[in-house]
Design a protein around this ligand. Sequence first.
Ligand code: BG6
Length: 498
Amino acid sequence: MSFDLVLLGGTGDLAWRKLLPALFQAFRHGSLPADGRIVGVAREALDDAAYRAWVAQRLGGVEGEKRPSPDEFARFSALLHYVRADLSNPADYAALAARLRQREAQAVVLYLATAPALFARVAEQLGAAGLATPRTRIVLEKPLGHDLASNRAINATVLRHFAEHQVFRIDHYLGKPSVQNLLALRFGNALFEPLWRRETIANIQITMAETLGVEKRGSFYDGTGALRDMVQNHALQLLCAIGMEPPANAGADAIRDEKLKVLRSLRPWTPDTLARDVVRGQYGAGQINGERVAGYRDESGVDPASRTETFVALRTEINNWRWAGVPFYLRTGKRLAAREAFIVVNFRPTPHAIFRTPADGANRLVIHLQPRDGLDLHLFAAAQAPRGPAAQHPLPLQPAQSTSAPLSPVSLNMDFDQRFGTERVGAYERLLLDVLAGRLNLFVRSDEQEAAWAWVEPILHAWQHAEDGPRHYAAGTWGPSAASALVARDAQCWTEEC
Ligand code: BG6
């Protein structure tokens, strides 16, 4: 298959950090169709040779084995081309269209790696320049808008020129092998399905913790915050994967239909639940891995009086027959104690206890998403009684209800990195290859995205009108104490506290 992959924003942060390294890995693994062009589009005055040199500098800085050898780079760089264009200038789109028309690639991918504020304008211009043809796919990075109305406006503009099946909305969490494993665990095994419901599950906790701060994105982040940056997309996608009904098949629409039902079944917010079930925090100075780090308001690009949240914890429910009444807790934050993403499924205790189990004695399944990819199933077992001298006298008969020795916690551990290797296809590599193949399973449909925005919007409104701002937490901790209180109210605890 021949393809043209056009990176609009070809010298930007996303191209530099994620897309070009991922494309090189796909090339190295032989997964990129042979007859392809990668066309960087940006304002800088570069030509093909200068763009290749720029990419060489980037890939030369990649760690260890992922760095290309000179010979590999020479072969990869033959794919690289450059078109100088100012995306705010309609005339430049005509030049881009002319360059792309030099050959009729079977697939033309237009990747908007630009500032999100430009999405609607760029999509409009691409359409006007005749670049929206049946061979074209358009790729949009999150965030798509900053609220429901702006999200709808972007989707409406894009869908005026492109059909829904041509639009690939990226949520890079869906490209992670561990997130695909989550679907495999649920829908490739019959074992868990009968247990996956309110009768057996007490609650589910989703944690996405980062140790990084806002890095060089201070001004972007300050206008965004953790709710828009992580909850509206990544956290809700994980919630869908864990909570959705089995889809009719593995096709994109069957999966997306089920995710949409989850999003539409999330318990609507009321003034009471908004006040009680949502906690926002902002990091102050602290220690990460033994090093002193600055507080959020001292980060470059951040307003010194900022009320932007860098942490969110919330409790919700899915109002359907499977889940009614089961709390789902989500939390995410920057500058937390560890970089870890995991989901904890807490089962209900046995209905009648004949053994002594530890006080918090119930089974628990921990699904590790990163940095470890694996599962831990926590169970209880009868530990062997220690050997000792025989009793001198016959033991008295035990009354029937007598309790035995306490059970011990044990766990079954599965490490997918060890089993499948850590060199599995990375999220961006996987997603880019899926775009080229036209596979939509791992991309977000417009109605899903709108349902997610509709659900977070009342939180945004409540915060906008609240007198108090986010609660303080010190960098290197697990967030404000109110997040612990949120689960403690239901007699629960976050894993690191239990
Ligand atoms: C991005 C957010 O979508 O996800 C970042 O914009 C965040 O703020 C990142 O750091 C986290 O992704 P990962 O793959 O490192 O967990």
